[in-house]
Design a protein around this ligand. Structure first.
Ligand code: ADP
Ligand code: 5GP
Length: 216
C-alpha cells in the first residue's frame, strides 16, 4: 500500500499555512468486493464523513429512498442536467446512468464534511482527468483521494455475490464479466486495498483515510 497521495504533493506550497482540508474520497470496486461494507463502516465510525448522494436513472431497490440513497430521475431529466453542465462526472454502469452533481459535493465540503463518492471506474477516471483543469485551491482538487478495493480472487467475488442474495444468476454473471475489466483500472488509483480478511481491510482503509486527513 502506498503512503503518499500524488495530488497532495503537487499542490502544497511551503509558504501556505497547513489548514484542515475536507477530503473528496473516491472509492471504486467490482460489485461484490465489499465496498459498501467498508464505506458504511467508515461513515458509521466518523460523523464528519458523509456519502455524496448520486443521481441515477435506475429504479429504486428494496427500501431505497429518493434523496437519501440516490436522486432517482428519468433519462430525460438526467440528460437535461448533463446539458446544463451540472455533473462533475457521469457514466453508464450496468445499463443505467449514474452521476455526481458538483453542487452536492461542494456543498457538503463547504459544511466541513469529508465526502465519500461510491462511483465506478469510468467516473473516477473522469474526475482524475478533470483535476488538472481546476484551480489548485479548488476544494475538489485539494481533497481528491482515490481508493480501489479488490476482492482476493474471482472465486471469492462470485461467492460473495451469491452470498449477498440480492442478484439473480444472470446479473451475477454480468457483474463477474465487468469485474475483469474494472480490475484493469486498479493501478490508476493512488491507493489499492485487497478486501480478503474484513478486519485487516478495514484497518488498511482507515489508515489511508486518516493519513489523507492528516490525522496519523
Ligand atoms: P459491494 O458494495 O462492493 O458490491 P458488499 O459490501 O455488498 O459489496 O459486499 C458483498 C458481500 O460480501 C456482502 O454479503 C458482504 O457482507 C460480504 N463481504 C464483504 N467483505 C467481506 C469479507 N472481507 N469477507 C467475506 N465477506 C465479505
Ligand atoms: P448500484 O446500482 O448497485 O447502486 O450501483 C452500481 C454501480 O454504479 C456501482 O459500481 C457504483 O459505484 C456506481 N455508481 C453509483 N453512483 C455513481 C455515480 O454517481 N457515478 C458513477 N460513475 N458511478 C456511480
Amino acid at each position: 500500500m502506498e503512503s503518499l497521495n500524488n495530488h497532495e504533493l503537487i499542490e502544497e506550497k511551503p509558504s501556505e499555512p497547513r489548514r484542515a482540508r475536507p477530503l473528496m474520497m473516491v472509492v471504486s470496486a467490482p460489485s461484490g468486493a465489499g465496498k459498501s461494507t467498508l464505506c458504511n463502516r467508515l461513515v458509521a465510525e466518523f460523523p464528519n464523513v458523509i456519502y455524496s448522494v448520486s443521481c441515477t436513472t435506475r429504479a429504486p431497490r428494496g427500501d431505497e429512498q429518493d434523496t437519501v440513497h440516490y436522486y432517482f430521475m428519468t433519462k430525460k431529466e438526467f440528460k437535461e442536467r448533463i446539458k446544463n453542465g451540472e455533473f462533475l462526472e457521469h457514466a453508464k454502469v450496468h445499463g443505467n446512468f449514474y452521476g455526481t452533481l458538483e453542487d452536492t459535493v461542494l456543498y457538503a465540503m463547504d459544511e466541513g464534511n469529508h465526502v465519500l463518492l461510491d462511483i465506478d471506474v469510468q467516473g473516477a477516471a473522469q474526475l482524475r482527468d478533470s483535476l488538472v483543469r481546476l484551480d489548485p485551491r479548488n476544494p475538489i482538487r485539494r481533497g481528491f483521494t482515490d481508493i480501489f478495493i479488490s476482492p482476493p480472487s474471482t472465486e471469492e467475488l462470485e461467492k460473495r455475490l451469491i452470498g449477498r442474495g440480492t442478484d439473480g444468476e444472470r446479473v451475477i454473471k454480468k457483474r463477474l464479466q465487468n469485474a475483469k475489466e474494472e480490475m484493469e483500472h486498479a493501478s490508476k488509483y493512488s491507493f489499492q486495498i485487497v478486501n480478503d480478511d474484513l478486519e485487516t481491510a478495514y484497518a488498511d482503509f482507515k489508515t489511508v483515510i486518516l493519513s489523507a486527513m492528516g490525522q496519523s
